[in-house]
Design a protein around this ligand. Structure first.
Ligand SMILES: [Zn+2]
Length: 180
């Protein structure tokens, strides 16, 4: 199996395993994965021809250590399941506040998925790959011990926009964070 096939398999397993946690009644299907040179590890890009997002992964990750490619795939796959915020990626940074919440949600979801399918310790090894907003996701992840609690937290965050989510996040991690 080459790395493209492996990535597609990991993406499909993630979508199948997580779509219900994102409150989707039906499996939304899978996205194309393209490896390209990028500044960041990954991203999603709207493909005008297909009228659908592609998952883009930095081609440097093809030769990386275990974890970085996997984490990036899970994070970007989460963006595809987070349908409420997908339009923000097509239209640009109009609601940046909610875009940060989107990053917190997707990083948290990737960590939850790894804990659920492997274990908490393996999930910990993925901490080093999260983006800056993901530091809040790590704090949330570590402050709730049981898996049901983590899934509930994810569901709560999905319901809110950043204005409503902030007090909730602050309560869980015991620290107020602001974006500037
Ligand atoms: Zn992201």
């Amino acid at each position: 199996m080459d790395i493209q096939e492996k990535s597609e398999l990991l993406h499909k397993r993630f979508i199948d395993g997580m779509y219900q946690s994102f409150q989707l009644r039906e499996n939304p299907g899978y996205y194309d994965i393209v490896f390209i040179p990028m500044w960041s590890n990954g991203g999603i890009r709207f493909n005008e021809q297909k009228k659908r997002f592609d998952i883009c992964i930095n081609d440097d990750l093809l030769t990386g250590n275990y974890g970085n490619l996997e984490y990036t795939l899970y994070h970007e796959s989460s963006h595809c399941l987070h349908v409420k915020y997908l339009p923000l990626f097509a239209k640009g940074p109009a609601k940046f506040r909610n875009k940060i919440l989107g990053e917190i949600i997707t990083s948290l979801s990737a960590l939850i998925y790894v804990e659920r399918n492997e274990d908490k310790e393996t999930a910990r090894t993925f901490f080093k790959y999260v983006n800056s907003e993901g530091q809040t996701s790590i704090a949330l992840f570590q402050n709730i011990n049981d898996m049901d609690g983590k899934i509930n937290l994810l569901k709560n965050l999905l319901r809110n926009d950043m204005k409503e989510a902030r007090p909730f996040i602050t309560k869980v991690i015991g620290k107020n964070r602001i974006s500037i």
